[in-house]
Design a protein around this ligand. Sequence first.
Ligand code: AMP
Ligand code: FE
Ligand code: FE
Ligand code: ZN
Length: 274
Amino acid sequence: MSKKADLHVHTNFSDGTCSPQEVVKNANQLGISCIAITDHDCVDGIEPAMEEGEKLGIEIIPGVELTAEIKDEEIHILGYFIDWKTDWFIEELNKFCKLRVERITEMIKRLEGIGIHIEPKEVFELSGRGSVGRLHLAKIMHEKGVVSSIYDAFKQYIGFGKSCYVKKFNLTPKQAIEMIKKIGGVSVLAHPKVMGKDEFIQDYVNWGLAGIEVYHSDHNQANIQHYKELAEKFGLLITGGSDCHGLAKGKLLMGRVTVPYEIVEQLKEVAQHK
Ligand code: AMP
Ligand code: FE
Ligand code: FE
Ligand code: ZN
């Protein structure tokens, strides 16, 4: 049987619900040979995942998912095969995580302003270590009965551009791609259907983007076809992953989107030439 990989997985070091060990166990049970740990602005889940991966024979790609903003659009850049122990990079991520706390605090204030009370402590207790994000806030809003689902929280209040949405920290895609390059990583544009505009892709490529996430849980067949064509047009690697957040979005997405192991080899090849 040919080897399969999932190149987009979150742990509870960001907004996933599974520990790194659980994530690796899930991959093992689903017959996935290789997974990339891509937490938002955090690399602390990589080492425990690697330790578990050693035990179970699952290959772990050290990765990260950085949030960037361009012309009032939010996009996510995935970094693969990063030198994740690099001091300055960890310091940058720590800064991002502090800013995330301030941002969520500000969003809670905005919610308060429209009569929705959320206890900050509850959100931060839920997120625990690593990076806090809107998914944690959405979960607490749902638990409180403020919204009918976590999706509703985004749709009504905290989604991009909604009344209680607060911008992140103005990292540009160019800076994100350059950061990843500096730590030997390969940059890939995450879920292009969900975020960003096609017209910006040429710029990303000029700045060093190497791949595009063609296969993703939120992409339908037409999206896949479209982004495959764009990958060809711009000479980008075609990658994919489930973007599994454990049970944070209701169901376990791991196993639903995988790519052949050849894609991992292509990413490695690019990383080695950095
Ligand atoms: P943050 O990093 O705080 O900006 O939160 C981004 C995360 O929120 C994404 O990675 C998703 O997990 C989640 N998210 C963003 N938009 C939505 C949405 N419309 N529905 C569900 N989850 C979303
Ligand atoms: Fe997320
Ligand atoms: Fe993302
Ligand atoms: Zn993600």
